[in-house]
Design a protein around this ligand. Structure first.
Ligand code: BGC
Length: 361
């Protein structure tokens, strides 16, 4: 009897082991930078919708703002037999090591939203048109300005994110002529003032400006920089202010700082991501615009691309992005400018959000 029980226990352990190994096998691994920013929670929710419809097994892991955790995530996915890894890097260059490990195992790598730089180990890139994002921000400020000598405050994303360069490049394309002709006067960046005469900035020149005005994609950094800038500025540098804020989280914290300054009579501030909190800010007149990047499209495109790769088909691409080493074949999605005027049409009628999530619509 004892021997039968022991045998049954061994069989049970083996079955659990096989079950676990089976459950852990993954066809497509998705690595996202952090759970702590609403932008990436939007992507997860959209991925979950797409995952529910695919016959392939998919696992989503978060790197929580750490390149070391990101590398561990990639190792986990390699160990689980992933055939494709979709990765949005925390740090564009640091992620190179992780994706090179995947490449060595014959796994296809899709850069998601943020391009991984300085490596050949990126097969495809699925993205929004990030230069267009920056251009839309710059255009919004230009469309709302009159006369000369208007105070312009510039903020950027993290230096470790290739998108920060693309967003800034787009904004600069539109703003630079208006800085050069005296419509705007840059208040908070000596570097940007240095290069004010140059339309096409080199990567190094962009890096010098971004390094000075970076928010690190962190609302608290954005807040303290804005406070320091307004403390240093004179009343003449305030009045009606024009603010290039790189995304919604930083836009809200910068907007709060400007709104609290008695010498700021009005402000225009940009953003992107259509985060719920910013949509409410737009409805309330506290944030001027956001650039809506429909994450339903991006998640679907990335998953379809992964399935095509698994099934031996060649994904369709429509652009190339240079990652400082190779031109990466890319699939690019358009973006939509959202202001108070079209918020309902763009975000509610399109069923991205429901009206009940907001007040005062
Ligand atoms: C994304 C933005 C996001 C930012 C901070 C960028 O790479 O494109 O949508 O707001 O990272 O997470």
């Amino acid at each position: 009897m004892k021997r039968i029980v022991a045998l049954l226990m061994v069989v049970a352990v083996l079955l659990v082991g096989v079950g676990t190994a089976f459950a852990q096998r993954v066809d497509v691994g998705i690595v996202l930078p952090t759970k702590d920013e609403p932008r990436w929670l939007q992507d997860v929710a959209r991925f979950e919708d797409v995952i529910a419809k695919t016959p392939y097994s998919v696992e989503v892991l978060f790197s929580q703002g750490s390149s070391a955790a990101e590398k561990t995530n990639v190792e986990t996915l390699i160990a689980r037999g992933a055939k494709v890894i979709i990765i949005c890097a925390h740090d564009a260059a640091a992620a190179g090591i992780a994706v090179e490990m995947a490449r060595d195992e014959g796994i296809a790598v899709i850069s998601y939203d943020r391009l991984i730089t300085d490596t050949e180990a990126v097969d495809y890139y699925v993205t929004f048109d990030s230069v267009a994002v920056g251009e839309a921000m710059g255009q919004y400020l230009v469309d709302n300005v009159e006369g000369k000598d208007n105070p312009l405050y510039l903020y950027a994303g993290a230096l470790t994110d290739n998108n920060s360069f693309l967003f800034f490049q787009g904004a600069w394309n539109v703003l630079q002529p208006k800085i050069a002709d005296g419509t705007f006067r840059i208040i908070n960046s000596a570097q940007a003032r240095n290069f004010a005469g140059i339309k096409d900035l080199s990567r190094e020149q962009q890096a010098a400006i971004i390094g000075e005005i970076t928010t690190d994609w962190d609302m608290n950094v954005a807040k303290s920089k804005a406070e320091a800038h307004l403390t240093a500025a004179t009343a003449a540098d305030k009045g009606v202010c024009y603010i290039l804020a790189p995304n919604d989280g930083t836009a809200r914290s910068i907007a709060d700082v400007f709104a609290a300054d008695p010498d700021v009579t009005a402000y225009y501030v940009t953003g992107q991501d259509a985060e719920k909190a910013s949509v409410q800010y737009i409805i309330d007149g506290k944030q001027s615009m956001t650039v809506f990047k429909d994450t339903r499209v991006l998640a679907t495109d990335a998953m379809n691309m992964a399935i095509e790769i698994i099934e031996g088909r060649t994904p369709q691409t429509d652009a190339f992005y240079f990652n400082q080493v190779i031109d990466v074949p890319s699939k690019q999605s358009p973006v939509i400018v959202v202001t108070k005027d079209n918020v309902k049409e763009a975000l509610i009628d399109s069923e991205y959000y429901s009206a009940s999530e907001f007040t005062g619509l």
